[in-house]
Each structure stands twice: as structure tokens, then as C-alpha cells.
Design a protein around this ligand. Structure first.
Ligand code: F0G
Length: 488
């Protein structure tokens, strides 16, 4: 048995082909690039991954799947994917590469994996009761190797960079993409260049990029400004762009939805709710859902809804104000820095997903985000602020009647709590909104705050704190307590 490194092979290639063949009626997985607007089919993408005819985004298309005849036997495919979970091959152990039949082809010797994916699906009983949706679950993409959902797309796109022979990869980022890219570049022996907005990303994310050896440039602009510079850079320098306009990223990120369906026994939930920033993730999950239905892996589509922060809501406004006909870029501002994005690249793809699945778009305030994050935390699950927009959004969708009590709902948590501990500590100390116009609204949810207590090293003091906490627990909750949201 050969020793398998992280830059693994498929092992015995013949065996892989046999495995694949056993699942297919006719093997037709060859993918093609297509422009989402004008339909042009470039052989190879331009370095900015924009259509050279009309400038819009590209996507992967699998002509063999849309010919009307399903190329795979769905039951055999599900069995194969399950079997791979017991394999010792690096790529089989990856929650992305395990589903490679639904991805474009990348030569195995270029694959870079950190065994990404394989993220848990947790039931949230307290949040479920509070929102009146007992069947509430979260898929925690923050349990990936660099602690965000970006790893699922990055393993695939970084491998594509490696296959294309690039020495340098680059991204503009609000922090998570850069952390992920830097890790995968390092694993694949490539250099990475990170452009991040100065002062507007969390230390956790910045420190990851530094440790993984990226050339990290903090630009005096916002995320959208970083994107602009990067686009100009890749046109001049042989640098491989790893933002989510890169369609390989979207393909890798599709696997979160495939894995979710597998975890649910291939019985789709009623709703999936995701945060919306640059809108790559919603596009990827939606693409996977549509493809899985096409391939008869699932029989119906869940509704996919997208939640934005009110201070960074260009997509919400596009849908609500302009019927999705255009998007007006804005200067974004939110404490959920991961989604502090005013000009989302993938808005047209995300719009298509809303239309295909009958999903909704919502916006939530800063206080709603902070409270939702603490509520998820109280269920024993830690996430970063951007992820918590999903629960805050669910509350709104419950109130509007879009989500009903008996339905099965899955929130996608995109990043781990430890990505942004500053936010959490400020929240629990009651400092997050101090001196801001949100201060009085925030004070209504003080019962969610658990500030640390500084005491003398004295047993009596600790017992006093314990008794005080016990008495506090017995008190009824505040005026806007969790229990108030109950009911239909
Ligand atoms: N949640 C987290 C934790 C994120 O880091 C991001 C995006 C999103 C949600 C939004 O996902 O952009 O696909 O709609 N972060 C990017 C970054 C932009 O640079 O790390 P999206």
C-alpha cells in the first residue's frame, strides 16, 4: 500500500475508473465552461475568469447530464460515495473529492487536499423552540480545516491552479478566503498573495494567512476596492485568481449541499438558509441542488433563502427594489466583517438560484445578528457573526409565514466562532454597541450576555457567583426573550 500524502493520487487509477464505471450507464462527465449571460463557451478561461465576449461570469456545464438521459445510476452513485468513507485514500477521505463524479475533471496528481468537508449537521433544540421550528439544524462549515466553508471550494480551485502550472495564486478577501487560500497554496507548494481591507478583518483570519506564509497586503480600501486592484493585477501578472468568480471554487463548494443531502438520507429539507456576501456560496449550493435533481439523486428542491446584513444589502435591494433587474453597488458597513461587501460578483447566479428554488431574500440588523449568534452559542454551537445572519433571517421568515412550524430547516453556518473572538467578547461584556445608535435596542437582550466575572481567589466569592447565577437562571426572561418568538 503506497504512502498517501495530502497531495494525493487517486491511488490505483484503474480502480477508480472501475468504481466510476460501475455507477454509470454511460460515462459522460466532461464539463464545459459557459458564460452565464451570452452563452459563449471558452476553451480556457481568461485570467480574470470573465467572459471575453460580454464580461460576465462563467460556470461549468455538464452537457452529458442535460441530454435528457440520466448518465448515472443514482443508487449506485450513493453507494460508491458511502463506500469511499471507509477508504484510506486521501481523496476519498475528503468531503469534496469523495463526490468527484459531480465535479469537472482535475488530474489526480495535482489534487491538494486537507480532508476538507465532512462537516457535521447539528440539531439546535433551543433555537428551534425559540423560533417555533422544532426541526431546526445547522450544517457547520466552520468545522473545515481552516474553520470556514471556503476550504471546500479552495481545495478544488487551488488544485486547478496547480494543474495549470501557476507559481502564484491570489485573492481579495474579507478574511476567510485568504486564510483558506494561503493554507492550500502552502500545501501545494505555491506562493499566495492576499489583498485585504486594512483594519476591517478579524485578527483570527489575518493570523492564519500570516502563519500559512502568504504575502499579505492590507490595502487602505474596502473589500470591493481590493477586488478591483486584483482584477487589474491578474491581467498583468501570471497570477491565478482564487476568488469565487473562479468557477472551480463554485464547483468545490457544491459538495456542501451534496454532503448535506447524504446526511439527510437524500430526503431534502424544506428550507436551506445561507448568508449572502459575494454570493458565491448561495450560487454553489443552489447549483448543486438543481444538478442533484437533474441526476435524480433527490426528488425535489428545497427552498434556498439568502440573508444579508442590513448595512451590506445590495442583493436584498436588488430583489426587493429592482425585481432582480439590476444591482446598485453600495458602500457596505457591518460588524459581520466577512459579509461587508457592497458589490457582489455572483449576484446573477444567486438570483437564478432564488428563482429555481422559490427562495426568499431577507436583511437583518446588527443587533439581530449579534443576538442570533449568542442564541446559537447557547445551543453549544459556535459560529462567527456572518453565519448568525441565518438564524436572524429565519426569525423574520417565520414571522412573515414563509417558513412554517412543522418544516425542516437547515442553516448553513459558514465560519467558526474562534475566527472573530473580539466580536464575541465585546458582545458579552456589553461593549459591542456602546455609544452607537443601536445601544438601546441591544440592551433589551442583555439576558443573552455572559460577561466574565473577575473575583478574588476566594472560595466564598466563587460560591457567591455560583448561587447568583443559579438564582438568575430561575428568573423569567426579558421582554424580548427567546420564548416570545414561539408559535405560528
Ligand atoms: N460567511 C462567511 C464566514 C464568509 O467568510 C463569507 C464570505 C460569507 C459568509 C459570504 O459568502 O461571499 O459566498 O456570499 N467571505 C469572503 C471572504 C468574501 O473573502 O472570506 P459569499
Amino acid at each position: 500500500m503506497p504512502y498517501h500524502t495530502d497531495k494525493a493520487s487517486f491511488g490505483n487509477r484503474a480502480e477508480h475508473r472501475i468504481n466510476s464505471l460501475s455507477t454509470t450507464k454511460t460515462v459522460e462527465t466532461i464539463s464545459r465552461l459557459r458564460c452565464i449571460s451570452c452563452g459563449a463557451n471558452p476553451e480556457t478561461p481568461a485570467r480574470d475568469f470573465r467572459c471575453t465576449v460580454c464580461g460576465d461570469l462563467l460556470e461549468f456545464l455538464f452537457p452529458g447530464w442535460t441530454a435528457g438521459e440520466c448518465p448515472y445510476d443514482p443508487a449506485a452513485l450513493k453507494l460508491l460515495w458511502l463506500k469511499r468513507r471507509t477508504s484510506s485514500e486521501a481523496l476519498d477521505q475528503s468531503g469534496v473529492w469523495r463526490f468527484r463524479e459531480l465535479l469537472p475533471q482535475i488530474s489526480a496528481e495535482h489534487a491538494i487536499t486537507l480532508r476538507e468537508g465532512n462537516t457535521p449537521l447539528y440539531h439546535l433544540p433551543r433555537c428551534g423552540r425559540a423560533t417555533g421550528v422544532e426541526n431546526l439544524h445547522v450544517k457547520h462549515q466552520g468545522m473545515n480545516p481552516t474553520a470556514s466553508f471556503k476550504d471546500t471550494g479552495m481545495t478544488f480551485a487551488a488544485s486547478s491552479a496547480h494543474e495549470s502550472g501557476f507559481r502564484w495564486v491570489a485573492c481579495a478577501s474579507t478574511g476567510n478566503t485568504s486564510a483558506s487560500m494561503a493554507a492550500y497554496a502552502a500545501r501545494g507548494n505555491m506562493h499566495s498573495l492576499v489583498l485585504i481591507p486594512d483594519g476591517k478583518i478579524s485578527w483570527g483570519k489575518l493570523s492564519q494567512a500570516l502563519d500559512y506564509g502568504a504575502l499579505t497586503c492590507q490595502l487602505r480600501t474596502d473589500f470591493d476596492g481590493c477586488v478591483k486592484i486584483l482584477n487589474d493585477l491578474v491581467r498583468q501578472k501570471p497570477v491565478y485568481l482564487l476568488n469565487s468568480v473562479n468557477p472551480y471554487r463554485i464547483e468545490g463548494q457544491k459538495t456542501a449541499a451534496i454532503e448535506l443531502m447524504e446526511q439527510l438520507g437524500w430526503e431534502p429539507p424544506d428550507h436551506i438558509i445561507v448568508p449572502g456576501g459575494n454570493l458565491g456560496n448561495s450560487s454553489a449550493i443552489g447549483k448543486a441542488l438543481v444538478e442533484m435533481r437533474e441526476l435524480k439523486l433527490i426528488s425535489r428542491l428545497p427552498r434556498l433563502s439568502i440573508i444579508q446584513a442590513k448595512g451590506a444589502n445590495p442583493f436584498y435591494r436588488s430583489v426587493r427594489e429592482f425585481g432582480g433587474k439590476k444591482i446598485e453597488p453600495m458602500t457596505a458597513d457591518t460588524l459581520a466583517t466577512a459579509i461587508r461587501i457592497g458589490n457582489p460578483a455572483s449576484w446573477k447566479k444567486a438570483l437564478r438560484v432564488l428563482e429555481a428554488t422559490g427562495g426568499e431574500v431577507e436583511e437583518v440588523t446588527e443587533v439581530e445578528i449579534a443576538n442570533a449568534k449568542a442564541e446559537i452559542g447557547a445551543d453549544g454551537i459556535g459560529c462567527e457573526p456572518a453565519s448568525a445572519v441565518t438564524l436572524a433571517g429565519l426569525k423574520k421568515l417565520r414571522r412573515s409565514g414563509f417558513v412554517k412550524a412543522g418544516e425542516l430547516v437547515v442553516l448553513i453556518l459558514t465560519g467558526h466562532l474562534l475566527k472573530d473572538p473580539d466580536f464575541t467578547i465585546k458582545f458579552h461584556r456589553g461593549d459591542l454597541f456602546r455609544g452607537t445608535p443601536d445601544e438601546s435596542e441591544a440592551s433589551q437582550a442583555k439576558y443573552l450576555q455572559r460577561a466574565p466575572v473577575v473575583l478574588d481567589a476566594d472560595l466564598g466569592a466563587v460560591i457567591g457567583a455560583l448561587d447568583g447565577a443559579e438564582a438568575e437562571r430561575d428568573k423569567p426572561r426579558g421582554p424580548r426573550g427567546l420564548t416570545e418568538e414561539n408559535g405560528d
